[in-house]
Design a binder for this molecule. Structure first.
Ligand SMILES: *[C@@H]1O[C@H](CO)[C@@H](O)[C@H](O)[C@H]1NC(C)=O
Ligand SMILES: *[C@@H]1O[C@H](CO)[C@@H](O)[C@H](O)[C@H]1NC(C)=O
Ligand SMILES: *[C@@H]1O[C@H](CO)[C@@H](O)[C@H](O)[C@H]1NC(C)=O
Ligand SMILES: *[C@@H]1O[C@H](CO)[C@@H](O)[C@H](O)[C@H]1NC(C)=O
Ligand SMILES: *[C@@H]1O[C@H](CO)[C@@H](O)[C@H](O)[C@H]1NC(C)=O
Length: 514
């Protein structure tokens, strides 16, 4: 009875509490923002008063507890001006990519820090917040807001954890097993890959500690003043780190208790299709190839040569083709192809006539295909896409292609293989079934954890000691050094003693002989 009452009291307490939450999600990319949207909408529906900075506001008047600050204009302008997407091309070296990306990140941070609507929030001593949620990417750009507003800090990533995030929260990160997100290494790294991974890690630690983090710290101080701790201490203070991972694309790894995985956060129940699209798909009894390169790469930007290969191949296919193409007109469009600037991808993938998804293999697109059970032909361009298609091919759920050397025959063969060989469909279904099997839906788990942080004003009690020890303590270098000293000392004493004894014996004999 008492247990029941306590339980009821607890439920009432948690329901009654409506927290003030600030979220800042700086990546101006639709596929990243959809993950954050699911979280902040749900928090607002649960009665929290949520204020977010986002590049893709929902502007839904029914979400009465949600205030969105639209940062699309300034952040998109920076990303376009710096050609960020082409700078992430898989052909470029990792250092080159990261340094260019860091440079863009500083500009994005400045544009948000200096935004008057945002200044009003962090510079108003009357601001009362209970929690700050920030996007956690390769740099802790806006994490210091939490310190300024005196709230616990939650980091959330629309993909897995960056090496920096793992260091900050104290996650074990053995380089023999795990590599940085955008490195294209599989589950069992070869010796040269492990060497490259180790060298990258040394460079990354150096660059973060001596260049990137001081720069982020300097930017934050410019706006918050000098009374803030060093940025690394602030990022280490994250109460929770929410990562978008899954057991299919990401190798399982040991996580400290404050790292929580989210799966399929942006997957929504199937909605009815727009009429013209529904008609096109319904009538395509011969099957449909759905082609989209996502919201970052965009098929309007691909090289002319590749576009020609795709158009010629599509024209010769015995299927209909639905192509997400970001313009009104596609010159030379074959009869069997329908283009659309924007396509409700999750709902199209749920249509039974869609036989194959030709994709760039961005994380969110892959998740949607797996959720709807559609096998893939993958054509990676940037970021983690190479890694994703490698994993899906290993699982027999997709065929990977290299777009720089792609020929018409190769492309057609890949599509025929995936459509006609039932193994691809079976495998993608198998993966989907593993993926959704959890004691609680992912969104419920995520919200529970965020509210847990609010209820306990942080998770100091869960902080892993690995976040606070230095690397030489972690690797027992201090212990090894002491042991080595003791052993060497013992050996030295033994050596001196033996030498002394020998001299006593033989020295004595020598004397006698003389
Ligand atoms: C808004 O928050 C209140 C509690 O503060 C809650 O009762 C209500 O359901 C929420 N409404 C919506 C539409 O989010
Ligand atoms: C909710 O947040 C908005 C924006 O930060 C603020 O203007 C408003 O006063 C808050 N409402 C409540 C009920 O706390
Ligand atoms: C760490 O977070 C707590 C709240 O959870 C806050 O009181 C403290 O000032 C923070 N410290 C740093 C260095 O950010
Ligand atoms: C914040 O407010 C203080 C005064 O309260 C002012 O001196 C400072 O310039 C403001 N900072 C920004 C970035 O506007
Ligand atoms: C998950 O959350 C939703 C929305 O808050 C709720 O309606 C549903 O009952 C929850 N599911 C479980 C299994 O707790």
């Amino acid at each position: 009875m008492t247990v029941f009452l306590i339980y009821e009291y607890f439920i009432l307490c948690t329901l009654a509490e409506s927290a003030q939450i600030l979220g800042v999600f700086h990546s101006p990319s639709y596929s990243h923002q959809t993950v954050f949207q699911s979280i902040y909408v749900e928090l607002s529906l649960r009665g929290h008063n949520v204020t977010v900075g986002t590049s893709h506001p929902l502007n839904n008047p029914r979400l009465v507890n949600l205030t969105e600050i639209d940062i699309n204009r300034q952040t998109c302008a920076i990303i376009e001006e710096d050609q960020t997407i082409s700078n992430l091309a898989k052909e470029l070296g990792m250092y080159e990519k990261m340094v260019k990306f860091y440079a863009v990140a500083y500009k994005v941070a400045e544009s948000i820090w200096s935004d008057s609507r945002f200044v009003q929030i962090y510079n108003d001593s009357g601001s009362r917040f209970d929690l700050v949620i920030v996007q956690d990417t390769m740099l802790p750009l806006l994490h210091p807001v939490a310190f300024k507003l005196k709230t616990p800090l939650v980091g959330v990533s629309s993909n897995g954890g960056w090496a920096r995030s793992h260091y900050a929260i104290g996650n074990p990160n053995p380089l023999s097993l795990y590599s940085e997100l955008y490195l294209p290494y599989g589950r069992r790294m070869t010796l040269p890959e492990k060497m490259a991974n180790a060298l990258y890690d040394i460079w990354n630690r150096y660059y973060l500690n001596f260049e990137a983090l001081p720069k982020c710290d300097q930017i934050a101080r410019k706006y918050l003043g000098n009374d803030i701790p060093y940025i690394q201490d602030i990022e280490k203070n994250m109460s929770l780190l929410l990562l978008t991972t899954n057991p299919i694309l990401y190798e399982p790894r040991p996580n400290v208790p404050t790292v929580i995985s989210m799966e399929q956060m942006h997957i929504k129940p199937v909605k009815p299709l727009p009429k013209d699209l529904k008609q096109f798909l319904d009538n395509a009894k011969e099957g449909v190839v759905y082609f989209s390169l996502g919201s970052n790469v965009k098929s309007i930007n691909i090289p002319e040569k590749l576009r020609k290969v795709l158009i010629e191949a599509f024209a010769e296919l015995p299927y209909k083709v639905l192509w997400k193409f970001e313009a009104d007109d596609l010159p030379g469009k074959p009869e069997n192809v329908l283009i659309g600037k924007w396509i409700p991808q999750q709902d199209v993938l749920a249509h039974p006539n869609v036989k194959v998804f030709v994709t760039q293999c961005g994380l969110q697109s892959v998740e949607e295909a797996v959720a709807r059970g559609v096998p893939m032909v993958g054509m990676p361009f940037i970021a983690d896409q190479t890694r994703n298609i490698q994993r899906l091919s290993e699982e027999g759920a997709a065929v990977g292609l290299e777009h720089t050397t792609l020929t018409k025959e190769e492309f057609k063969n890949a599509i025929f293989e995936v459509v006609n060989n039932p193994k691809y469909k079976q495998n993608v279904k198998r993966l989907g079934e593993i993926w959704v099997d959890h004691p609680l839906p992912s969104l419920n788990r995520t919200i529970w954890w965020i509210e847990y942080v609010i209820r306990h004003k942080g998770t100091k009690h869960l902080r892993s000691p690995t976040a606070d020890v230095s690397w030489f303590e972690y690797l027992l270098i201090d212990v090894i050094l002491v042991l080595l000293t003791i052993v060497s000392l013992a050996l030295f004493i033994l050596y001196v003693a033996i030498k002394f004894i020998l001299r006593m014996i033989f020295g004595g004999r020598k004397l006698k002989q003389n």
